[in-house]
Write a protein that binds this ligand. Structure first.
Ligand code: SF4
Length: 228
């Protein structure tokens, strides 16, 4: 019989964190204070790999030395051409310009001191910005304790029961951010460790549960290989 889901507490989160820390090391959060850069990077990272994203971003910076105001005012085709190596350039160029227009001249620096919910509400109201992008901006730029949930974090967190089995993405963000409990280091480590684990061990199709340090505490892993 399937076990009913029980909301995990901080102790369980710390156990997951510590086991993954032992496996992959402890990631250190270094907020860069550049939220608009982060927003643009996140758009560029959609449906491509990190390398193509970085090439597209570097070209954008190189082609528009006047910075984001220049990108905002440039002809769409020019932006599109600059970011072509990142794929889906027409859609992404439109999204970037729309977003930059909605931000106007705001450098978003006020978010450093703002309440997490207030800053997040502002970001998700921007065109094309969802919870994951907002969390990336808040965590990586300012060290605000929001946990970005990408496809790996969602899969691994779901298998571990860190949120309800059928939870939509938004709820997964809420639950993981609750588990971080306002601690930026934990928010960053939770995000980074689950992401690494998803890439290296807990793959979508063939998770390597037999060699996973979380097997004993993972309902999904136990159902596949037992807890021995
Ligand atoms: S036991 Fe398996 S399903 Fe669970 S976290 Fe580890 S690799 Fe993923």
């Amino acid at each position: 019989m399937k076990q009913a889901w029980r909301r995990p507490d901080r102790r369980r989160m710390r156990t997951v964190r510590d086991r993954l820390r032992a496996a992959y090391g402890r990631p250190v959060l270094n907020p860069h204070g550049a939220p608009v850069d982060e927003l643009v990077l996140t758009v560029l990272s959609q449906n491509t790999n990190d390398r193509n994203r970085d090439v597209a971003y570097a070209r954008l910076r190189e082609w528009f030395p006047g910075g984001w105001p220049q990108v905002r005012e440039a002809p769409l085709e020019r932006v599109e051409e600059a970011i072509r190596p990142g794929g889906l350039s027409k859609t992404k160029a439109g999204r970037i310009q729309e977003m930059l227009r909605a931000i106007g001249g705001d450098d978003l620096g006020w978010m450093q001191q703002a309440a997490l919910a207030e800053a997040r509400d502002f970001l998700v109201a921007l065109p094309g910005v969802g919870r994951k992008t907002a969390a990336c901006v808040l965590l990586f730029s300012f060290g605000q304790p929001d946990v970005p949930v990408d496809t790996h974090v969602f899969r691994v967190g779901g298998r571990l029961g860190l949120f309800r089995p059928d939870a939509p993405l938004e709820e997964a963000h809420d639950e993981l951010t609750r588990l971080a409990a306002g601690d930026p280091g934990d928010a960053y480590e939770l995000h980074t460790a689950l992401l690494r684990h998803g890439r290296r061990t807990c793959a979508a199709r063939a998770p390597r549960c037999g060699e996973c340090p979380l097997r004993r505490m993972c309902p999904y892993g136990r159902s596949r290989v037992g807890s021995s």
